[in-house]
Design a protein around this ligand. Sequence first.
Ligand code: SF4
Length: 514
Amino acid sequence: MKARHCASEQPEDRSNQETKTTTCYMCACRCGIRVTLRDGEVRYIEGNPEHPLNKGVICAKGASGIMKQVSPARLSKPLRRKPGAERGAGEFEPISWEEAFEIMAQRLSHLRATDPKKFALFTGRDQMQALTGLFAKQFGTPNYAAHGGFCSVNMAAGMIYTIGGSFWEFGGPDLERAKLFVMIGTAEDHHSNPLKMAISQFKRSGGKFIAINPIRTGYAAIADEWVAIKPGTDGALFMALIRELIKQGLFDRDFLIRYSNAAQLVNLDAERDDFGLFAQDTGSAEETNTGAKLWWDRTTRKVVPSHSQEASPCLLGEYQLDDGTPVKPAFQLLAERVESCTPEWAADITGIAADTIRRLAHELGVVARDHKIELPVAWTDAWGKQHTVVTGNPVAFHAMRGLAAHSNGFQTIRALSILMTLLGTIDRPGGFRHKAPFPRPIPPGVKTPTGPEGVQPNTPLGGAPLGWPAAPEDLFVDEQGEPVRIDKAFSWEYPLSVHGMMHNVITNAWRGDP
Ligand code: SF4
């Protein structure tokens, strides 16, 4: 096509324009963008083709980032309720930034000097949690939370408490090497551009894409197979898939033994305080880096320290320690737990036919077992054992809020993590791979204060505003066991609240509690 410029047209004067490269903060993908400014004002946003993550691709939301700067609805000045106006009447007057800062400094310093917890800082999805959390901690208030508490926090909490990392900014599917990809409970804005590009490449290289979602839109529309599921029932599907993998013997025994606690023995003496916890040989001289936890070695028929190099532990069965304590491997307890979760049971709950569930389990297990990947990369594992290659089971998953945003989300996502563990697809090529700095220790060591004494006038908070409780003594409660925070996070009511419970504040306020 010929250019439509006529000879007399002058090229546009771009001397007042400049292009800056930066990162899109409209979601957690962090795509690279180029922002064109004219006279210092944002005029245009496009994807940065040089950026390794999105290679120039930009989504509608990212391109609309310009509206953060120029939307007529954007607040450009501080507003103060007009004197005498009723709360909620929406009558405000603009004031200067100097006046706003003066009012804020006066009120906040009074609160900080008297009772810092009266300042509650609840932020939106601003991608600035590191900074806002630091501000809350330095201020000394425990009442801090971000939007994650009612969004995808179950996805982060369920997986981080189980495997040390999660999807999206924590890790994701290795679609470059996967052969089977299962996406469940995911909408188009969940890990948007990088995932779209990866799925496109995955499909072109012949991978099979199964979408499990109540509706067939977006990603599911281009799936090779769409499995319709009733909303909020994904956990039942995972439990049935786990049961079938165990029944059909399609779990990765080596992976479970080496990289999970599946073979570790659990104390089943109901009379003891440590009933239900991992049995430990506290006097063991051979303590490994899993502490003094134990395996039952099927060759010597004896108890041995977990992860002993020469041992071959039992995953199933019932045993007795030397002192007569009854024990079972964690995997045996899992098998017992899912025994009643038959495909027929799950079919009633999920709406997916029992035969389809059986077939899915078989397909997942067979691809993981029979299509192994081997990369010529030497590495040393956590026990000092050297390997000449990295192997992988090419079954990858991606999941998001369709699982997370339900009251059963935490347990559903734990079940997904266990399913992935059984298939041996964690931190391996073709499966799920963490992004640095994940995986974290399980759970991460960050803790909130454990009592009201952690909140003192004119003093930074005596712990992190958000944390990962691992035991009752980590809870943030007073002497009566009542919550210290106004959203009741990290209390007996909501122990594993991780991002806080901002949504509770509104309900609590409506109830007059406190
Ligand atoms: S996916 Fe879209 S909104 Fe998210 S970072 Fe990339 S361009 Fe921005």
